[in-house]
Write a protein that binds this ligand. Structure first.
Ligand code: ZN
Length: 270
């Protein structure tokens, strides 16, 4: 379940090891992770290319290649990207290996196999559905208010909707709603301007805190050097059912919203 802070941490730590390198070889061990093009086409386009940049949109990682195209990776539930300074064999969950021209390797591991790798000459076809980037200065309270005001679903579900704002998942949606003092079942079109402003600020706050901590590691998220994030130690409500609320001491409750576990303080969140 890597969300924006985890994917951005991976980008920041992987980019200096990969950008500028030529991809000498691509080994695809489980073809089912390759989307949009056939595994053969993917290999042909990527093998021999040079990585000229590594960006992020929402939870997607975008590798710009020379002479052409973009590799887009979505880690979904359990995908991991590791960088090894010298060759290692990988294990039964290693589904793709890129061998770089400095002898290092990028390994993709994915226990659940829900992650996907794309090669495309038109990245918008893969990431064009995404809403604004929450850490971008272009994402304004006014834009957020307009997006929420048109929608009747619970605010928790709207925060998970990648078309409303890109990159939030279950962890940071719950944390942001707690910081903003908003009940996860409130309908989007019932939030007052002041509440939207608080939520907009809370989203940025929790994302920046998590980025600073290298993300949250529960089960499978790891950084490219196999290290872990530390933000899980600072979660206020996420997976803290029954623990006291850090503000008022009321036990944190868990409900389901749109099929997703949702953690909140019944006293602080209205
Ligand atoms: Zn509370």
């Amino acid at each position: 379940m890597p969300e924006l802070p985890e994917v951005e941490t991976i980008r920041r730590e992987l980019a200096p090891r990969v950008v500028g390198r030529r991809i000498n070889e691509v080994e695809i061990r489980w073809p089912g992770i390759i989307a949009r093009v056939s595994p053969d086409i993917f290999r042909q386009r990527v093998q021999g290319a040079r990585v000229t940049g590594m960006g992020r949109r929402g939870k997607y990682l975008l590798w710009t290649l020379e002479p052409e195209g973009t590799v887009i990776v979505h880690l979904r539930m359990t995908g991991q990207l590791h960088h090894h300074p010298s060759p290692v064999p990988g294990d039964k969950h290693t589904h793709l290996i890129m061998r770089l021209d400095d002898g290092s390797e990028v390994h993709y591991r994915d226990v659940r196999k829900f992650g996907r790798w794309y090669w495309t000459s038109a990245p918008e076809e893969v990431v064009g559905h995404l809403g604004p980037e929450p850490l971008s200065p272009e994402w304004t309270v006014e834009e957020f208010a307009a997006a929420l005001g048109r929608r009747r679903r619970p605010i928790k579900a709207l925060l998970l909707d990648q078309g409303v704002v890109a990159g939030l998942g279950n962890i940071y949606a719950d944390e942001a709603l707690f910081v903003a003092g908003i009940h996860p079942l409130r309908r989007g079109d019932t939030l007052h301007v002041e509440e939207v402003r608080r939520l907009h600020e809370a989203i940025r706050q929790v994302l920046l805190e998590a980025l600073h901590a290298g993300g949250s590691t529960f089960s499978t998220y790891q950084r490219p050097d196999m290290g872990e994030g530390t933000y899980q130690r600072r979660h206020r409500v996420f997976r803290r059912t029954g623990h006291p609320c850090p503000v008022c001491g009321t036990p944190i409750e868990r409900i389901r919203v749109s099929g997703r576990s949702t953690h909140f303080c019944p006293h602080c969140q209205r």
